[in-house]
Design a protein around this ligand. Structure first.
Ligand code: HEM
Length: 555
């Protein structure tokens, strides 16, 4: 009997504390006057994130008893889309025993939380996920963040963009689409993973190397290590610092430890290689510094400056250098690869949009004698290709929910389901999350919000008569964020995307590949079903990519 009490007591105590906290949070949530969704757990509960996959069956419970499950992972809007906002409006509260989250796709609310990052900071539980190699530009705040941002973005100038353009078009031309013309969507994703990583390796790290093959001294290739780490990013963040002998760990954690160590080795090799290079002054005239070179140079310059003027360190420590290299490695390829995969999938079912894009590419990218034009001429003119990127990011954003926490009581504009606009005070402890999918699919975009239509981002300039990019007013559309912490890779990704699209569609068209004797309409409907099922893990992924395939046809 005593044993029974000893075993059950912790569980009863745990349940009692959780129930008490849930009631407390519910009473607090009511003051906003917004619809409330009650959750037994939150994605902030680390223990839940580890065991969550075991409870997937909950969703199949009758009477909506498992409806809460979808909201209990970080990227839930990728799966939920606009289902909840259609039901409850642009603002609602997720209330769990851990905390309250005010969810917003009300443009004024999102604008407020991203504009001032000293009042609304990135909460540590989220910002530290990618910090296992060291603090970095995405994990820090305040003066530390300014220091990281200054050093890590030193390379991003127009020279650099020119390199991004030429490397992207060059690598896209080598994709072997004529020979391997039929590709399933998982193969499309890996094609763009490798392409984006290759572009980053050359312009970012000055390395033309084999990413898919383990180089001497390594057991895994760079892509294998990084891929495995990203696939298990939460486990890495939680267990990486665990000091336990390997044989006591389950297989997946052993492999993770090996991948983390090997990726560090790849980064060390990069830095060593960079240190051995002659200084940028002796480099070929006109060749811009790579991201790594700029980081290392800026760091050295800051160190020397500091020796002259005593003060707070303004350079990066060794672990911070690796922390940043890792973050740029992952942010610099996953997002682009995800966006390219979805763009190509959307185009496969929209031949009319393909012709519209090809018309622009013929006019501005492919010159009269068939040669391809460069960055300075072509990039600013390819606005339809940019509109394609915008529309892809609207429908398949790699960032589903970006949360912020008030550092002291802050005012937040909200909108009630009846349309009444209000200002509420949000106290520390409550998170506010910008819900990108709710914002992107909102009726504010018009009755065709769910339809793929890049033309919505194009208008004719009344001054020049030329086509230009526009974002429909009163909508929430900030795929690279807004405010001081706007994505530093925004232009990098735009130039890369436009270059790849221009190169591929200057030579090919892409079609859905029918299965068996399927009619064109059936194949298209099946393919759209595959593309509609997404999930989030660092970026957006297709749930069943092997169930859809495309064919490249030479123009
Ligand atoms: C389609 C492409 C991309 C999209 C949609 C995108 C989107 C975003 C968003 C929404 C954030 C803010 C995250 C937050 O504050 O919670 C961000 C941050 C960041 N992005 Fe990107 N990104 C893209 C490509 C890139 C590329 C190509 C690079 C690097 C070469 C990059 C590097 C970063 C870094 C380092 C941060 C953290 C910045 C900071 O906190 O100051 N991104 N990105």
């Amino acid at each position: 009997m005593l044993l029974y009490y000893l075993i059950t007591f912790p569980f009863v105590l745990f349940a009692a504390v959780r129930t008490y906290n849930l009631i407390k949070n519910y009473i607090d949530a009511r003051k906003y006057g917004l619809p409330i969704i009650l959750l037994p757990v939150s994605f902030e509960d680390v223990w839940w994130m580890i065991i969550r996959p075991l409870f997937a069956w909950v969703e199949r419970l009758p009477l909506g008893l498992g409806d809460w499950y979808v909201y209990t992972e970080m990227g839930w809007p990728t799966v939920d889309g606009d289902r909840t906002t259609k039901r409850l409006g642009e603002n609602f509260v997720l209330c769990s025993p851990y905390s309250n989250h005010i969810i917003t796709c009300y443009p004024a609310g999102a604008e407020t939380i991203y504009r001032n990052h000293s009042k609304w900071h990135f909460p540590p539980a989220q910002s530290q996920i990618f910090a296992f190699y060291g603090q970095n530009v995405s994990s820090t705040t305040g003066a530390d963040w300014q220091r990281h941002r200054k050093i890590t973005t030193a390379a991003f100038n127009e020279h650099f963009m020119q390199e991004v353009w030429s490397e992207s078009t060059k690598k896209a031309a080598l994709l072997n689409l004529a020979e391997e013309r039929d590709r399933k969507l998982d193969r499309i994703r890996s094609t763009f993973d490798v392409l984006a990583m290759n572009v980053l390796a050359v312009v970012g790290f000055g390395q033309e190397r084999l990413l898919n093959t383990a180089t001497p001294g390594h057991k895994q290739s760079l892509m294998e290590c990084l891929g495995f780490i990203l696939q298990h990013i939460l486990l890495t963040a939680i267990f990486n610092s665990l000091k336990v002998p390997d044989f006591l760990l389950p297989g997946v954690l052993q492999r993770l430890k090996r991948s983390v160590a090997e990726f560090k080795l790849y980064m060390e090799e990069l830095v060593l290689h960079q240190m051995k290079q002659p200084s940028s002054a002796s480099k070929t005239e006109g060749s811009p510094p790579t991201l790594l070179e700029a980081m290392v140079n800026a760091n050295e310059a800051e160190k020397q400056q500091l020796q002259k003027t005593a003060g707070r360190p303004s350079y990066l420590t060794e672990s911070e250098l690796y922390g940043n290299l890792f973050v740029f490695n992952l942010a610099g390829y996953e997002t682009t690869a995800s966006t390219m995969t979805f763009a190509l999938s959307f185009l496969a079912t929209n031949t009319e949009v393909q012709s519209w894009i090809a018309e622009e590419i013929n006019r501005y990218y492919t010159s009269q004698n068939g040669e391809k034009r460069g960055y300075a001429y072509a990039y600013p003119k390819l606005v339809r290709c940019m509109a394609l990127m915008y529309e892809t990011l609207r429908l398949a954003s790699p960032a589903p929910l970006l949360v912020r926490a008030p550092s002291s009581p802050q005012e937040l504009p909200i909108i009630l389901p009846n349309g009444e606009e209000r200002i509420v005070t949000v106290n520390p402890g409550t998170l506010v999350g910008g819900h990108f999918y709710g914002g992107h699919l909102s009726p504010r975009w018009g009755p065709d919000a769910h339809v793929f239509n890049p033309k919505r981002f194009i208008s004719k300039s009344t001054v020049t008569g030329e086509e230009e990019l526009v974002t429909p007013p009163d909508t929430l559309f900030i795929p690279w964020l807004t405010g001081p912490r706007v994505c530093p890779g925004k232009k990098f990704s735009q130039v890369e995307f436009v270059a790849i699209v221009a190169q591929i569609f200057s030579e090919y068209r892409v079609h859905v590949l029918p299965e068996n004797n399927e009619s064109e309409a059936d194949a298209r409907a099946r393919f759209e079903g595959v593309v509609g099922q997404k999930y989030f893990n660092v970026s957006t992924h297709l749930k069943k990519p092997v169930e859809g395939a495309v064919r490249f046809v030479q123009r």
